[in-house]
Structures are given as C-alpha cells and as structure tokens.
Write a protein that binds this ligand. Sequence first.
Ligand SMILES: Nc1ncnc2c1ncn2[C@@H]1O[C@H](COP(=O)(O)OP(=O)(O)OP(=O)(O)O)[C@@H](O)[C@H]1O
Ligand code: SF4
Ligand SMILES: [Mg+2]
Length: 320
Amino acid sequence: MSVILEAKDLTVRFPMPRKSLFAERQHLEAVRSISFQLEKGRTLGIVGESGSGKTTAAMASIRLTGPATGAVEFEGEDLFTLDDEAMRKRRADIQLIFQDPYSSLNPRDRVSHIVQEPLDLLEIGDEASRKARVEELFKLVGLRPDQLNLFPHQFSGGQRQRISIARALATNPKLIVCDEPVSALDVAIQAQILNLLAKLQEELGLSYLFISHDLGVIRQVCDDIAVMYLGRIVEQASRDELFTNPRHPYTQALLAAAPSLARRKSSGAKRPQQLKGDPPSPINPPPGCAFAERCPLAEAVCKQMPPPLENGVACHVANR
Ligand SMILES: Nc1ncnc2c1ncn2[C@@H]1O[C@H](COP(=O)(O)OP(=O)(O)OP(=O)(O)O)[C@@H](O)[C@H]1O
Ligand code: SF4
Ligand SMILES: [Mg+2]
C-alpha cells in the first residue's frame, strides 16, 4: 500500500495576544507533535472532543493553517517546502468538505457556478469543458440536471452537502479532507451522505482524512483511526482493533460514553467509567499526560512525564 499523506511531528502553536507590553507572549498549543500516515484509497479518521485539535491538525497537514512545524508529505513531496506556484498546482489534488454546507455555499450564486468555481480558480479546461464537467459531477453525486440553475436555499441540507461534494470533486482530487461532513444532518440523511462518500471512494480511488467527534460515524467509514486529546494523538489503531480493544483510558471513556458502541457484554454491573470534567487549557499544557486529571488509572509518573506514543498508545500504564 502506498502512503498518500504523511505527517511527521506536526505542531501548530498559535501566538496569543500579549497581556501587557512587557509580558512574555504565550502560545496556544493546538497540535502537539503528531505523526500519521494515510494510505492511498483508504480513510483515516480523527476523533476527539471539541477543541482537541482535529481541524487544526487536518488543515495544517494540507498547508491551510499555520504557523506549523514538522513535515508533511503528499505523495512523497514535502508540502511545507513547495513554493506558492507549485502549491497552487497541488491544490487540485486536495479538496475539502465542511460540516455546514450552507455557510460555505454563496447564497447568491447558482449552484452550477458554485460547483464550477474550483475549475475557474485553477484555470482547468475551457468554458465548454467546465460546463460539461459540472453536469457530469451533478450526476455523480445524485443531483438532477434540472437543478443546475437553482440557488443553495432551494435545496435540503443533504442536497447541499451533495453540492459541496460535487464542488470538491470538480478538480478530480486524490485526497478529500472531510471535516464533520454529516454532523449537521439528520441520522437518515447522514447515512445517505456516508454511502455516497463510500461509493465515490470506491469508484474514484479517493483517500479521505475524515474528522468527526461521533464514534458511530467514525466506525462506519474509517479504516484507521487516530484519537486526539489536547493536541496529541493518544491512540492510533485500525478500526477493528480500536473498537474491540480500546487501550487508552480516554478511548475507553469515549466508547463508554457512546452506549450503543460499547462492548455489550460489559454493559452489566461493571459499567466503564464515564468522562468527567474538562481537558486542561491548551495554553501552557501540563508537562505530563494531559489526561491525568480525568484518568481513573493515573499514577504519580503520569503528571511528571508525557507518555510517548508506543505500540499505538500513549499511556504509561497501557504500555507496561
Ligand atoms: N486561528 C486560531 N487562533 C488561535 N487559536 C485557535 C485557532 N484555531 C483553533 N484554535 C484553538 O486551537 C485548539 C484546537 O482547535 P480545533 O478547531 O482544531 O479543534 P477541533 O478538535 O476541530 O474542535 P471542534 O470539534 O470544536 O471542531 C482550540 O483550543 C482552539 O480554540
Ligand atoms: S499516562 Fe497515566 S494519566 Fe495518562 S492515560 Fe495513561 S494512566 Fe492515565
Ligand atoms: Mg473542528
């Protein structure tokens, strides 16, 4: 299997406004030295609570947010060292789908124009071939040709997500970053969109970096999963491993909080611990394990030393 996207020690620190002229500038550590590989034609899921750094990690890995350090390779090419023109060309290979299609679709634009826009921006083909491509894309995502000249508000939420998928596909990308693509949709519509993404992956050989806070969705679509907590990857495993044998106490707590996903045998007298409290602040994060304050297994060493990610899990106790 070849790797399409690889992040190595990716770190994003946002500078905070100074409290006073002489105060030292603080940084918000949104993503802290994460590494991952996405294999071609597969789906890598990133799951974690709000604020854990999922979006920042994904955006930094395709050079859409900064200031990032570390390295990212797309098809073996270091994205961080590409010049602007080379990066612009690469953009055709990498597209995005967001949670709320309504806010990313210009309400005053006809949807045919919205779908065509990436082709215009990257100057791909002539006007006639762009129009033909838009019609083809409409069919591909399950929209009708007579809907081409409508405006976004004339579509349902699920249809609007189909429009943003059509737009993302316009440049014939290899990788699509899907940031909570179904979180704003009803469950029945979620299933339709997830099925469409699976069909497109199969037909077009797409690779997905798929962000969700919903473990049910993650289990449905991801081959491999990275669990994030306060900017770090705390567990990394294949779908089957993660759901049958979660090893990090945080992953175990997340699974316990989603009763329909927890191993049913354990739902009797000994329920797994539920998550209590909040994660620490990402500004000056704690020196040891960031989960220590909430962890039922925490020991003295946990607050002193950050647990390295070994054998797919970053936990002093799990790795013993
Ligand atoms: N441009 C920015 N400037 C400063 N801080 C930021 C910026 N973008 C994100 N952050 C902070 O970085 C951290 C990670 O945010 P991020 O949006 O990546 O999390 P997330 O896991 O995607 O959360 P959600 O599930 O709510 O989308 C948060 O503490 C957030 O407030
Ligand atoms: S390193 Fe310690 S505090 Fe962190 S998850 Fe493991 S046992 Fe819990
Ligand atoms: Mg996010």
